[in-house]
Design a protein around this ligand. Structure first.
Ligand code: UTP
Length: 271
C-alpha cells in the first residue's frame, strides 16, 4: 500500500505575483478554504498516513499555519466559539500527519523531491503538486488502485490543446491498456509545439518508485536550468521501468495562474 505522500511547496510562485511576494500561494483561499487543505483531504481520503511538505524559509508561513497552537488556545479560552474549536481540531488532525523538509534554493521539482530521500520508507510513494486541484473524483485514490493492479508507477494525465503543450510534461504512448490507462514510451518536459510527441500532458499527481532518488542524485539541470522530475522519470523508463499514464475523470483546476486561481473558486462554489 502507498502510505506516504510528498508535496513540493518550495517554488517561488512567480505567476501569482504580486500576491506571492509576501504570501504562500498554497494558503490562498479557494471558496473559503486554504488550497493546501484540498490536497490534504485528497491524501487522507486516499489512505495516506504521512505527508511530507518540502518548503523553504520563504514559505515558512506554511509551517506556522499548522503550528499556531498558542494562538488558538488563547482565543478558544477567551471566546466560547464552536467554529474556532472545530477549525483548530482540523488543523491538529492535519499537523499530526505532516513532516517538513527544506529546500533552500528553488532548483526545480526534481531537486525538491530529492530532499525527501531519507524519509521515504516504502518502494513507492505519492507526489501531489498543489497548483493542480482535481475535484469531483479522488485522483490519488484511483491512481493507488491502478498502482496496486499493475504494480507500476502512475502519472495523472489529460489531453491539452496543441498550442499549450509547452506548459507541461508531455508523454508518448507505447501501449494502450484501456480507454483511461496507457503504458508510457517517453516523457519530455515542456516541449515546443514542433517537438511534442503528443498532446498527453502530465498533471500533478504521481506514484513514483523509491529508485527515482538514485536517478535524481545524478541528474544535471535540464530545461530552464532546473532539475526536473520528468527527466528522472525518463531515465527510469530507459531502464524499462513501467510508467502508466492515467487519464483521470475528475475536474482539473489550475491554481498556479491568476485566471486559473479565480476560476477555481468559481468552479468549487458550484459543487
Ligand atoms: P512550478 O515551477 O510549476 O511552480 O512548480 P512555482 O515555482 O511554484 O511557480 P511559478 O512557476 O514561479 O509561478 C511546481 C511545484 O513544485 C514546487 C512548487 O512549489 C510547485 O508546487 N517546486 C518547484 C519546489 O518545491 N521546488 C522547486 O525548486 C521548484
Amino acid at each position: 500500500m502507498i502510505k506516504q505522500a510528498i508535496i513540493p511547496l518550495a517554488g517561488l510562485g512567480t505567476r501569482l505575483l504580486p500576491l506571492t511576494s509576501v504570501f504562500a500561494k498554497e494558503l490562498l483561499p479557494i471558496n473559503g478554504k486554504a488550497g493546501i487543505e484540498y490536497i490534504l483531504d485528497e491524501c487522507i481520503e486516499a489512505g495516506i498516513k504521512e505527508v511530507i511538505f518540502i518548503i523553504s524559509q520563504k514559505k515558512i508561513m506554511i509551517k506556522k499555519y499548522f503550528y499556531n497552537d498558542k494562538f488558538y488556545k488563547d482565543i478558544i479560552k477567551r471566546k466560547n466559539d464552536l467554529r474556532i474549536l472545530n477549525e483548530y481540531k482540523k488543523i491538529l488532525k492535519y499537523k499530526k500527519m505532516i513532516k517538513f523538509v527544506f529546500q533552500d534554493k528553488p532548483l526545480g521539482t526534481g531537486d525538491a523531491v530529492l530532499k525527501t530521500k531519507n524519509i521515504i520508507k516504502d518502494d513507492f510513494f505519492l507526489m501531489l503538486l498543489p497548483d493542480d486541484l482535481i475535484v469531483k473524483k479522488n485522483c490519488s485514490k484511483t491512481m493507488i488502485a491502478i498502482h496496486k493492479k499493475f504494480n507500476s508507477s502512475v502519472m495523472a494525465s489529460m489531453k491539452v490543446d496543441k498550442k499549450e503543450v509547452s506548459r507541461w510534461g508531455i508523454y508518448d504512448i507505447k501501449k494502450k491498456i484501456n480507454n483511461e490507462n496507457f503504458i508510457i514510451k517517453s516523457v519530455v518536459e515542456k516541449p515546443s509545439v514542433k517537438q511534442a510527441p503528443s498532446r498527453n500532458a502530465v498533471i500533478g499527481r504521481y506514484i513514483l518508485p523509491k529508485t527515482i532518488f538514485s536517478k535524481l542524485s545524478k541528474l544535471k539541470p535540464g530545461k530552464g536550468g532546473e532539475i526536473h522530475i520528468t527527466d528522472a522519470i525518463q531515465l527510469l523508463i530507459d531502464d524499462n521501468d513501467k510508467f502508466i499514464g492515467h487519464n483521470f475523470s475528475g475536474k482539473y483546476l489550475d491554481c498556479g495562474t491568476m485566471n486559473g486561481y479565480i476560476n477555481s473558486t468559481l468552479e468549487i462554489a458550484k459543487i
